[in-house]
Design a protein around this ligand. Sequence first.
Ligand code: TXA
Ligand code: MG
Length: 325
Amino acid sequence: MRPDDKEIERAAEVLRKGGLVAFPTETVYGLGANAEDATAVGRVFAAKGRPTSHPLIVHLSASQHLDDWAVEVPDAARQLAARLWPGPLTLVLRRHPRVTLATTGGLETVGVRVPDHPVAQALLSAFGGGVAAPSANRFGSVSPTTAEHVRTELGEAVDMVLDGGPCQVGVESTIVDVTSDTPSILRPGGATREQIEAILGTPVEVHASSAIRVPGQHPSHYAPRARVVLVPPEEIITAAAAAAARGERVGVLLPADATEMPTSVHAVVTVPGTAAGHARALYGVLRDLDEQGCDLILASLPEETGLGLAIANRLQRAAGPRPTA
Ligand code: TXA
Ligand code: MG
């Protein structure tokens, strides 16, 4: 059941009073606070356990408000906003003074997006201002794609959770830096590189490991508790059998149309064979394998076109080095 008008109004009031509201977007659930309230934004960082230098995205109800939150907006940004908003695209622009530096992690730039979800839209319209929101998970872990994931992970740290059902896209927004003459992708996501290039009429580079301190660019981000190892698709059955023989509790992530399924492993989960289905299911199945008690997850990378680029990026980060502390 979608939240009704009364619940949305109550959530907007929580935001006005400096509280935290978790809400659904088409990508993943966000943990929202008033983007102009440094104290409220501070609570977001505390709830996530996230370093305060890592910037948050400001969510707006419509692109017509863009100039209230960013300055020196270039044509490329306007073209992308006109075609892809509401939708899974975040534009990095020069910060308008009304955006508190707490939101931008001290940066003079701000990430802005207009989400495409009726509950997010209703909340943003009722609130009227910008909502600073990272994904509603603990720092470094897998983003939540259901309200239940948020409750399990953040519990009492959130004043209110709006339940809008499972997220349709399933991976986070694509972040495009439009502050220089050549726009670049800082994080692949729900809006594809191909879509962005078609709109701009030019190739766009993916700088997913730029020098800017961006949490999504920490190798260990988007990681479940279990170790993730990437294996070529033709080797995954053999690798799974070998790990199981070593005594590991192996979870295998496979496309539903795989011709062969491993046997004698701890768990097997399948994701739809389409990139959209794979993206939608990805974080949920990683959580599921954790819950099933796997200590090793084996997966293969999809082709890196369309949404496959974002899926591959998240799997690579999940498989990346973890902090030892
Ligand atoms: O789909 C999404 O983008 C979700 C939903 C809730 O909107 N949000 C999300 O937020 O994924 P978060 O905080 O988990 O990831 C946002 C990324 C971070 O890597 C952050 O560093 C980057 O956006 N970012 C935000 N502002 C930035 C800026 N001014 N310059 C560079 N990167 C920025
Ligand atoms: Mg996140």
